[in-house]
Design a protein around this ligand. Structure first.
Ligand SMILES: Nc1ncnc2c1ncn2[C@@H]1O[C@H](COP(=O)(O)OP(=O)(O)OP(=O)(O)O)[C@@H](O)[C@H]1O
Length: 223
């Protein structure tokens, strides 16, 4: 699905990520950890073609990630749902409109029943008409997840999806991500939260990747 070979990335100074070889297998569930500033968000951006590697090769759904046309980028983005760290929304649109936005941008109309079911799935059905500033942190995170999956992507990349949430809400969000994985979706979650990883490992065959000293390693079973 996403295949990196000897990938490096630099924002202009020294290399932030070096010699990364990794294949994201269909149906897998991964966590990505590493110290703050190690390059987790950058790694995710490489995976959804927001950034191009400065060295090496990346294949995204069998396309060369370095030479994607605008149409190919749009196609790839439909297959990869991203939950961004900042959960930015358009504040003048309702929650339901924000969640449906990726469909609208692709020129499709959301089916009202489908949208209702999706909001129900993330527990936000009664807040469909709320404006983003009226939502709590946990509600924003769940709305961001709903927006990320509205195009039925094959892969979900989530950047610190439980960043500012209490434990109960983190578990609720994790349960949604585990459910998506059970439905066959490939999930990759960047997180600092080792307790979240431990909880997930009790529910799903999750593997843990770690960025350390610019390299990507598979963490041991001791986490
Ligand atoms: N657009 C940019 N231009 C220059 N440097 C950047 C840019 N974006 C990120 N960086 C730098 O690259 C490094 C890695 O950032 P990144 O956000 O990928 O790390 P992270 O592991 O996700 O961090 P955190 O856990 O704190 O979110 C940081 O030092 C950051 O300041």
């Amino acid at each position: 699905m996403i295949d990196l070979q000897n990938v490096a990335y630099s924002y202009g100074g020294g290399e932030l990520l070096s010699d990364i070889t990794f294949r994201l297998a269909p149906g897998s569930f991964h966590f990505l950890t590493g110290p703050s500033g190690a390059g987790k968000t950058t790694f995710l951006k490489l995976c959804y073609a927001e950034l191009q590697p400065t060295a090496g090769h990346i294949q995204i759904f069998n396309r060369d990630g370095r030479n994607l046309s605008r149409d190919e980028v749009a196609t790839v983005r439909r297959k990869i749902g991203v939950v961004h760290q900042d959960c930015a929304f358009l504040d003048h649109l309702t929650l339901a409109e924000n969640v449906a936005l990726p469909l609208m941008v692709a020129g499709m109309e959301p089916h009202p029943d489908d949208l209702r079911d999706l909001l129900n799935w993330v527990g936000l059905r009664t807040q469909a008409e709320a404006l983003p500033p009226q939502l709590s942190g946990g509600e924003r995170q769940r709305a961001a997840l709903a927006r990320a999956v509205i195009m039925s992507p094959d892969v979900i990349l989530a950047d610190e999806p439980t960043g500012n949430l209490d434990w109960e809400m983190s578990m609720r969000l994790l349960a949604l991500l585990v459910e998506l994985n059970r439905m066959g979706k490939t999930v990759l979650i960047a997180t600092h939260d080792l307790n979240l990883i431990r909880s997930a490992k009790a529910q799903v065959a999750a593997r843990v990747l770690r960025i350390q000293n610019r390299r990507l390693q598979l963490a041991g079973a001791d986490l």
